[in-house]
Design a protein around this ligand. Structure first.
Ligand SMILES: [Zn+2]
Length: 280
């Protein structure tokens, strides 16, 4: 437990910036997405280019995403999310940067979360720029696709499925309800798309002022998150990583804890006096 002790003293020092990834949400029943696109690992990630240029790819995305939405919408924060919120309320964690698009940090009561890759529960129109709720889009898609959903759900209750082309062809996507014709996209950063520069600047500013950077549940495969670890290491800011399995940031870390987050984080919160989070 030498590494846990090192982790504890780092967090007890305060001024922590958290960078969280998919591993923090797996205990909430959300599959370990390899990236921000909302497409599970065994599927090829959707790229921004395919989404915007290929009508069939876009139709396929919305068909799968519509089927899988209830999994995301029904997910609740777990002990790890609650421990992070407790550390924030105790004044030890200043900012949470998350690569997750599930909104669970906020649901756990975390104030000031930078959602690096956006949120799945918001939908943007690529033409008029209006932002609408995914719930509303879900209702419209359900209305337009009642037969489709009934047919597919009968064979694939979890909605995570490779749909054959003829089934995808039967899915009817809808356009923007505000301008009437615009192409809708979940307000998340797809592969091949860049994170809005202002958002990246906010993250760099937070990391630059941190006393330590704590990575939770990310293998740091994508440069989008790894760059903050590299920056911290360059500035001599200690980096701690809690993840199951090795990460691409381990070489920059002063502390690595390989353990389930739902077990480690409540212990950590209790050790530094942030109190046992509710429900643990
Ligand atoms: Zn529009």
């Amino acid at each position: 437990m030498e590494s846990f002790d090192a982790l504890t003293s780092l967090v007890a020092g305060g001024g922590v910036v958290v960078l969280s990834g998919a591993g923090l949400s797996t205990e909430s029943g959300i599959p370990d997405y390899r990236g921000p696109s909302g497409v599970a690992r065994r599927h090829t990630p959707m790229t921004f280019q395919a989404f915007t240029r290929d009508p069939l790819a876009r139709r396929r995305y919305w068909a799968r995403s519509h089927l899988g939405w209830r999994l995301i919408a029904g997910a609740a924060p777990n002990a790890g999310h609650r421990a992070v919120a407790a550390l924030q309320h105790a004044g030890l964690v200043d900012t949470v940067i998350t690569q997750n698009v599930d909104g669970l940090h906020g649901a756990a009561g975390s104030p000031s979360v930078i959602e690096l890759h956006g949120r799945l529960d918001e939908v943007t129109c690529l033409d008029c720029g209006n932002l609408t709720s995914r719930e509303e889009l879900h209702r419209r898609l359900a209305e337009a696709n009642a037969d489709f959903v009934a047919r597919v759900a009968a064979v694939n209750p979890d909605g995570d499925v490779d749909l054959p082309d003829e089934q995808v062809a039967a899915f009817r996507p809808v356009d923007c309800g505000i301008c009437g014709t615009g192409m809708l996209k979940p307000d998340v950063v797809f592969f091949g798309e860049t994170v809005p520069p202002q958002r990246v600047s906010r993250c760099f500013a937070a990391v630059g002022q941190a006393r330590s950077l704590l990575v939770l549940g990310s293998s740091l495969t994508v440069m989008s998150g790894r760059r903050f670890v590299i920056r911290a290491a360059k500035q001599g800011i200690p980096v701690a990583i809690v993840n199951q399995g090795p990460t691409r940031g381990d070489g920059h870390a002063t502390v690595c804890v390989d353990a389930p987050l739902g077990a480690v984080l409540p212990q950590l919160a209790a050790r530094v006096g942030a109190g046992a989070p509710l429900g643990v």
